[in-house]
Design a protein around this ligand. Structure first.
Ligand SMILES: [Zn+2]
Length: 362
């Protein structure tokens, strides 16, 4: 399977003299840098010299190995400074304005935050964004930000921040990359990384690499059709997984059935207090998600999904229902075997971390 470079990324960084090699994650989720130009044995005078040089080198590298990440979601934009160990050092969240001119509203805030956190021209900036995206053109058209259609995000970020290296990836691909490098997917060769919250998204790791597809939207299984009834999804297609599985859509279903809840949290509370109808609605959402996941497993002949997002995190009840429906859906598909459901390890900052890891590899 091929990987694909994001548009807008420039040549590999030469600043540290080592380039940005892929890092091997350590057990505690800490990334390790490979190799060193200086291999002085650790004894006597040389050992002291080595330690001194190492210390200077380390300080030098830390300064150069900072990443700056932007995560465009349907309701909020998160921006962060991320360390070379892929830990979020500083972060700011900005609600996506309801107005038409989203960029005019958020861009000054992004610029101020990055500049006050020592952004330099040579620092890599990684973007994770809701899709669909167009990697070749560096454009995005997030389903939940209707005023952005074919919006040239990479060009705008480059102009705004005056930086050389800007890379972009879909948010679910960012989740898959982050989980694979420092999360629950460490050591797994092939898996679907998925999220179920306001929407449903996916990213896929095949042969230890993210597979992005032709335009950067591979594993877009949230908007694949699972029914023939003809209900219109905001993306324009009919009967998408997301239309039956996402948190807001389950709340909408509950409201139609005269259950007065305002959000998925309230629906979960009601289900956990024993309300059978609420339980049934959530179970149905898990079923839609399971059908989407098993369809995807069949396409790629894989059997593991790492799933995160607010709905997945909401309760053991949801997770159990999802695993049960995945088992049932896979029953007749012999080659899949027993489908594995693994809860995502990284949560709130996953997309920012994934964007920074992706930026480090460009
Ligand atoms: Zn759709």
């Amino acid at each position: 399977m091929r990987g694909r470079s994001a548009v807008g990324s420039a040549e590999p960084c030469q600043g540290s003299g080592r380039g940005f090699e892929p890092r091997r994650p350590l057990a505690g989720g800490v990334a390790e840098r490979r190799g060193s130009g200086l291999q002085i044995p650790l004894h006597g005078f040389k050992s002291r010299l080595h330690l001194k040089v190492q210390r200077i080198t380390t300080l030098f590298e830390i300064e150069l190995s900072m990443f700056f990440a932007i995560d465009i979601g349907g309701t909020k934009v998160a921006i962060a400074k991320v360390s070379e160990r892929f830990e979020v050092v500083k972060k700011l969240e900005i609600p996506v304005p309801k107005s038409q001119d989203v960029w005019a509203n958020i861009s000054p805030i992004i610029k101020d935050f990055f500049n006050s956190n020592d952004l330099e021209k040579s620092h890599p900036v990684g973007i994770s964004t809701a899709g669909p995206i167009n990697l070749e053109k560096g454009e995005i058209s997030p389903v939940n930000i209707p005023s952005w259609r074919n919006f040239p995000l990479i060009d705008n970020v480059k102009k705004l921040l005056e930086v050389e290296k800007v890379s972009m990836i879909g948010d679910a691909a960012a989740i898959a990359i982050a989980e694979h490098t420092v999360g629950a997917g460490q050591g797994l060769t092939d898996f679907l990384g998925a999220t179920v919250s306001t929407g449903v998204g996916g990213g896929v790791i095949i042969n230890n690499q993210i597979y992005l597809g032709t335009t950067g939207n591979s594993a877009f299984f949230g908007h694949t059709r699972i029914n023939l009834a003809g209900n219109v999804c905001p993306c324009g297609r009919l009967d998408c997984v997301e239309l039956y599985a996402s948190g807001p859509n389950l709340v909408r279903t509950a409201n139609k059935l005269e259950i007065a809840v305002e959000n998925f949290e309230e629906l979960t509370k009601l289900a956990l207090s024993g309300n059978d109808l609420a339980k049934q609605i959530i179970d149905n959402g898990a079923k839609a998600m399971a059908i989407g996941i098993i369809n995807f497993f069949c396409d790629f002949d894989i059997n593991t999904a790492i799933v995160g997002g607010g709905v997945m995190q909401s309760s053991e009840f949801y997770r159990t229902a999802l695993q049960a429906h995945m088992n049932k859906e896979a029953e007749k598909v012999q080659f899949i075997g027993k489908p594995k459901l693994i809860p995502a390890k990284l949560e709130r900052d996953t997309c920012l971390i994934g964007a920074a890891i992706w930026a480090s590899k460009q």
